[in-house]
Design a protein around this ligand. Structure first.
Ligand code: MN
Length: 334
């Protein structure tokens, strides 16, 4: 997934943890519709970062898409592009995506499997609907900010096809990242966090245990889904904040949702394009390094994606204004 918004400078992020949350509250955040890149771009729903909320724990970016009937169209076609300072979580409900990266990995991700890419100091990857594919594409991509001690470390890619599943009367819970209900995902994490898909049966009710020291949110992957009595439509996110011990999900018909949560992320971030950094200068340097690699021989910070047939994605114009950290949750300031 690549952020290809025309003016990404607007979306800088995040400072310290929220203070003085007196009581559990829930805020419903609606996604905006953005093209994934290029004239034939697939459109996605972008829920985070949001005007009113920059992060949930270390989760700092949420895109969801579909279900889309590809109908002979190109589907997802994102050429090689760079990342720093984050993990990408690719999760599908329907269809396939081919991931190729500058470490030489070429892996097809399918529904129920986790593709987790750790960028560290730099990696490049492409994401494509493969030539032979299912008719429908439906999925989500999320980014997790890496903390200071890991964010300049080595890049890494892992695929997990055998994640723990909890079966309840009301549905099935797949633990994608971290731990939930006694089941632990094998995926590597840099900070304490959780990610889980909840597949609700028709009329199903599932009560999830939550850690009160985590901040949580629930994203609707399809609808209708009710979260503690609030109806969510596809792509909308109910921010539950901190201090909760459980949440109730229910649905009249079969539906799916994603729980994300984690320890409040207390480092200031600057997010620009596909970079999660700490300062304006780091972003400018990463952009310059990518453009140098893309347009000629240069040091190998990001590297080429050997399996991709075509040109890499150019970076947007450099940020016009100085990038600054912003409050991570605006509603907490009022
Ligand atoms: Mn990407």
């Amino acid at each position: 997934m690549s952020n290809t918004e025309p003016d990404p400078a607007e979306r800088t992020v995040c400072d310290g943890p929220p203070t003085g949350t007196a009581e559990p509250r829930a805020d419903l955040l609606e996604p905006r519709d953005v093209p994934l890149g290029g004239p034939r771009a697939m459109r996605v729903r972008r829920t985070l970062p949001h005007r009113d909320l920059r992060m949930v724990g270390a989760w700092c970016f949420v895109d969801s898409y579909g279900p889309t009937d590809l109908g002979g169209g190109p589907g997802m076609q994102v050429p090689p592009h760079p990342h720093i300072g984050l993990q990408t979580v690719s999760w599908l409900l329907d269809g396939e995506i081919l991931h190729q990266d500058s470490l030489g990995n070429a892996r097809l991700v399918r529904p129920g499997q986790l593709n987790l890419m750790t960028a560290g100091g730099g990696i490049a990857h492409s994401e494509q609907t493969p030539a032979e594919h299912s008719p429908v594409l439906h999925g989500v991509q999320l980014w997790i900010a890496q903390p200071e001690r890991d964010r300049n470390g080595p890049a890494h890619f892992e695929q997990h096809a055998d994640l723990p599943v909890l079966t309840e009367d009301g549905g099935r819970i797949t633990v994608i990242n971290g731990e939930l209900g006694g089941a632990t995902s094998p995926a590597r994490t840099c900070t304490p966090l959780v990610g889980a898909e909840i597949a609700l049966r028709p009329g199903g009710r599932v009560r999830l245990p939550l850690r009160p020291d985590f901040e949580h949110a629930v994203l609707a992957l399809s609808d209708p889904v009710e979260v503690d009595g609030t109806a969510l439509t596809t792509g909308s996110l109910l921010h539950l904040g901190e201090g909760r011990r459980e949440v109730l999900l229910s649905a009249e018909s079969a539906s799916r949702a994603l729980l994300i949560g984690g320890a409040p992320f207390d480092e200031e971030l600057v997010m620009w394009w596909n970079f999660v950094a700490r300062t304006h200068e780091e972003v400018v340097e990463a952009r310059r390094d990518w453009e140098a690699e893309r347009t000629g021989p240069s040091p190998d910070r990001f590297g080429a994606v050997p399996g991709y047939d075509g040109a890499a994605l150019p970076a947007p114009e450099p940020p016009r204004a100085r990038l600054r950290a912003r409050p991570r949750a605006r509603h907490l300031e009022r």
